[in-house]
Structure formats: structure tokens, C-alpha cells
Ligand binder design. Structure first.
Ligand code: BGP
Length: 472
């Protein structure tokens, strides 16, 4: 079916996204050091272990480290223009604080990026995606420590120089605002969340913001033709009722997340954060040069979008939202995925408009998708497949809203759906929560051949890309 009314820009970057720690496996090969993920068998919010344990699905992941050629070939078959992945920091600097990088780790990404470029696929690279070297977490308490800025700068400089002819699109920190709820995974902060003071949390955030601005500066110096963006977990927020108290809750919640974008785009702390710091007795220690450094603002804003939420000022109703990654309560008008993530395609149009109105910068949707349990069956052609019409419906509905936002005048650079090949889930560390167009035969009990199979959505996405969205 052709939908002539949808006008995606001609150079729209269609593709898919994964992260090193959820896909590569080979956690102790090629000179790689341990990362925070290697001791987190239950996901980003769960307890951690002393050493890597066999039940941690990320240690093997989907074995992309050894199978990337086959996988990139499948991405090329779908027509990808861009492939988002992260560099595992601990492959490049195994401990994080050494002076010399690990050549074998650098070589792996050379090979991976070459493989993408061979098919005309642009790599989009996240520098830090929930995978801080474990040594930096244990020895320095992660981003609470100012020294992290220097370690990150050394790492960023190393990879910018190495891949300057291969990578044009960069992201500094995955979902930088998630540190508010997941300080260990997002900020490498070893101090348990319950014991972490707000002072230390916001100091860590300051260090990340300075490091992010510094990466922007370094990237512009080393690769003048490159574009570098921040990456924000977006969660459009509606008042549960028209009560003004609920609306103020919405505003406060949005401020806690907009804050990260505001600093990245405007280059300074907003007034509402200064008020918050004053009222909470938080004093951010700034070093000489920090304020100037923050003025190195991003070229574009990227974000993930999975769901919207509601806010309420009523403490009784608020209880319904306990345990959500960013808080908030369910919306009575929306259905939810099997994992309770509420499905709201229009929220994507809304958030695109909100970001664009606020920042007037190009936007890149670098994560969106449906995590679901898939059943591998034998199709009519004798090939194994998954009839994932539910995923096609979710993605199609969301892309229609991206098209609407483009009609609204929003500048959208591209769309990389999350987990374009099945990967280990970040929140639950399970493999049964699948997002991919490509099914990977691996299961949470450790069984499976690791074979790859094209799902029905594989063919659907291929059509979307080849028609530049006209087949939506
Ligand atoms: C984002 C992360 C990803 C990813 C995705 C889906 O928060 O950036 O790493 O996994 O969410 O989440 P999950 O895997 O928990 O379903």
C-alpha cells in the first residue's frame, strides 16, 4: 500500500540500534576489561555480583563479536542507511585509567565499521552506553569522581582519531538522564542508590555534562565534518487530571529531564535547576573553565521513545506508578506491552514537537520499539520465521506520527528502531523480551544455536526503507 502523503526527507537515515554490552558477548576476549554490565545479571536496576556469573546473558549476548559480518549483511539486506551501536569503553581501555589503549579492541571496531561502510551503512556511535569500565566504578565511584572527565576525554580522543574517516555521527552518553534512577548502570556509581546523596548525584551529573561538552569540542576539532549529539530518554508526560496541582507535577518532572537537554543545547544551567539546588542545599563544584566548556553545544538531539506517562499530585494515586524507571502513573486511555510499557504513538509526535519548539535543532530518534515474546514458527516457504504483526503495528503507528511531525515542520534526521536484531534486554537482562526484525535463537536458560532468522517485520521494514516511508 502506498501512502503518498508521507514526505520523509530524501536523505532520511533509516536504520536500527543496539548497544555493545547487549549484543557483542565475548566479555573477556580481545583484551577487553570488565564493565559494569558484566556484574549485573538482573539488569540495570538489579543487584550486582562480585564477579561475572554464568547466568548473566550479556556475557555471550548474541555473539555479535564473532557474527557481525552475517548481521551487517542482514541489515544491508533491509536497506539500512545507518547502524547505531556503542563502543564498549572497556575494550579500548580495559580498566579505564591506563594511558595506552588496547589495539585489539580498536581493531574490532575498525572491522565492524568497515563492514558497515562496505554496504553504504553509516555507523552512528554511542561513546558510553551503560557500560563503564568496572575498575572506574569500583576504584573511583564512577562519575562522582572528577577524574572521570579526564578518562572519558582520553577515550573519546582515542576513538575520534582512530575512526575519523569512518564515523560521521556520534552520541556522547546514552539516555544521560537515566542516571537519576539508575546511577550504577548509567553513571558507573558504585555507592548503592539508597546511600547516594543528592549532592554526589548532581555532582556526577555535572561531570558527565562537562565531559559531554568536552567530547563535542574534541569531535569538532578532530573530525570537523562529523556531527555529535546528546541522547536523552524521552517520556512525554501528561497530567492525570486537569487539576493545576497535577500540571505543576508535570512541569517539575519535565524540568528534571529537560535539564539535560537544556545544558547540552543552551550551554548553561537553567534557572529552575539553580532554584532546585538552592532548595536542596546542593552546591555544584565547578572547576575553572567548566562554564566555558559547557558552551560547546551539540549539533543535534537524539532520544529514545518507548512510552508516555502521567503525573499526579495525589499521593494515593501516585502509588500506582511505584517501580517505574522514571516514576509516573499509568494512563487510563492507553494499552500496554507485556512489560507494562504503555503504547502511545501520538506521544512521539508530541515529543518531537516539544523538543523542536524548545531547541530548534535537528532531532534523531535513535530508539523506539516493542519488546515482546516471539514464537519461532516454520513459515509457508519452509523457512523459520516469527509472525510479529504486533511489532509491525507498533512501529507503523509510531512512524506515521514521525511523518506527522515532519509535516508539522520538525527537522528529523533519522530513525533507528531499538534492537533491530534481538539483543539482551537492558532492564530485565532477559532474552525473551525481543525487539528485533531478526530473531536470534538464544534463550534465558542458555540454550539455543544463535542462528539468525528473518521475522515478518524484516520484510515490512525493508519495504518502508525502499519506499522512503511511502509504504507506511
Ligand atoms: C533503553 C536503553 C537500551 C534498551 C532499551 C529497551 O533504555 O537505552 O539499552 O535496552 O531501553 O529497554 P529494555 O531492553 O529494558 O526493554
Amino acid at each position: 500500500m502506498s501512502n503518498a502523503q508521507f514526505n520523509f526527507p530524501e536523505n532520511f537515515l533509516w536504520g536500527g540500534a543496539i548497544a555493545a554490552n547487549q549484543a557483542e558477548g565475548a566479555y573477556n576476549e580481545g583484551g577487553k576489561g570488565l564493565s559494569t554490565q558484566d556484574v549485573a545479571p538482573r539488569g540495570i536496576m538489579g543487584p550486582i555480583t562480585e564477579e561475572p556469573t554464568e547466568d548473566n546473558m550479556k556475557l555471550i549476548g548474541i555473539d555479535l563479536y564473532h557474527r557481525y559480518k552475517e548481521d551487517v549483511k542482514l541489515f544491508a539486506e533491509m536497506g539500512f542507511k545507518v547502524f547505531r551501536t556503542s563502543i564498549a569503553w572497556s575494550r579500548i581501555f580495559p580498566k579505564g585509567d591506563e594511558l595506552e589503549p588496547n589495539e585489539e579492541g580498536l581493531q574490532f571496531y575498525d572491522d565492524l565499521f568497515d563492514e558497515c561502510l562496505k554496504y553504504g551503512i553509516e555507523p552512528l556511535v554511542t561513546l558510553s552506553h551503560y557500560e563503564t569500565p568496572l575498575h572506574l566504578s569500583k576504584e573511583y565511584d564512577g562519575w562522582v569522581n572528577r577524574k572521570m572527565v579526564g578518562f572519558y576525554e582520553r577515550y573519546a580522543t582515542t576513538v575520534f582519531k582512530r575512526y575519523k574517516n569512518k564515523v560521521k555521527y556520534w552520541l556522547t552518553f546514552n539516555e544521560i538522564n537515566s542516571i537519576l534512577e539508575a546511577p550504577f548502570m548509567s553513571g558507573g556509581i558504585y555507592t548503592p542508590k539508597e546511600k547516594l546523596s543528592k549532592q554526589d548525584l548532581f555532582q556526577a551529573i555535572h561531570h558527565e555534562l562537562v565531559a559531554s561538552a568536552s567530547a563535542v569540542k574534541l569531535c569538532h576539532e578532530i573530525i570537523p565534518s562529523a556531527q555529535i549529539g546528546c541522547m536523552i530518554l524521552s517520556m512525554p508526560t501528561y497530567p492525570l487530571t486537569p487539576n493545576p496541582d497535577d500540571m505543576i507535577k508535570v512541569m517539575e518532572f519535565e524540568h528534571s529531564n529537560y535539564f539535560f537537554g537544556d545544558v547540552h543545547v543552551r550551554g548553561r544551567y537553567p534557572g529552575y535547576m539553580k532554584r532546585y539546588f538552592r532548595e536542596q542545599g546542593i552546591e555544584i563544584k565547578m572547576e575553572a573553565g567548566d562554564e566555558e566548556m559547557l558552551l560547546n553545544t551539540v549539533d543535534f538531539i537524539s532520544f529514545s521513545y518507548y512510552m508516555s506517562i502521567c503525573q499526579t499530585a495525589d499521593p494515593e494515586k501516585q502509588k500506582a506508578g511505584e517501580g517505574n524507571l522514571l516514576g509516573g502513573v499509568p494512563n487510563p486511555y492507553l494499552a500496554a506491552s507485556e512489560w507494562g510499557w504503555q503504547i502511545d504513538p501520538q506521544g512521539l509526535r508530541y515529543v518531537l514537537n516539544m523538543f523542536y519548539d524548545r531547541y530548534q535543532k535537528p532531532l534523531f530518534i535513535v530508539e523506539n520499539g516493542l519488546g515482546a515474546v516471539d514464537e519461532l514458527i516454520t513459515g509457508a516457504d519452509g523457512e523459520k520465521t516469527v509472525e510479529d504483526d504486533y511489532r509491525i503495528e507498533y512501529l507503523n503507528d509510531h512512524l506515521v506520527q514521525v511523518a506527522e511531525a515532519i509535516e508539522d515542520g520538525v527537522e528529523v534526521m533519522g530513525y533507528t528502531s531499538w534492537g533491530c536484531i534481538d539483543v539482551v534486554s537492558a532492564s530485565s537482562a532477559q532474552l525473551k523480551k525481543r525487539y528485533g526484525y531478526i530473531y536470534v535463537d538464544r534463550h534465558d536458560d542458555g540454550s539455543g544455536t544463535l542462528e539468525r532468522y528473518r521475522k515478518k517485520s524484516f520484510h515490512w521494514y525493508k519495504d518502508i526503507i525502499s519506499t522512503n516511508g511511502k509504504s507506511l
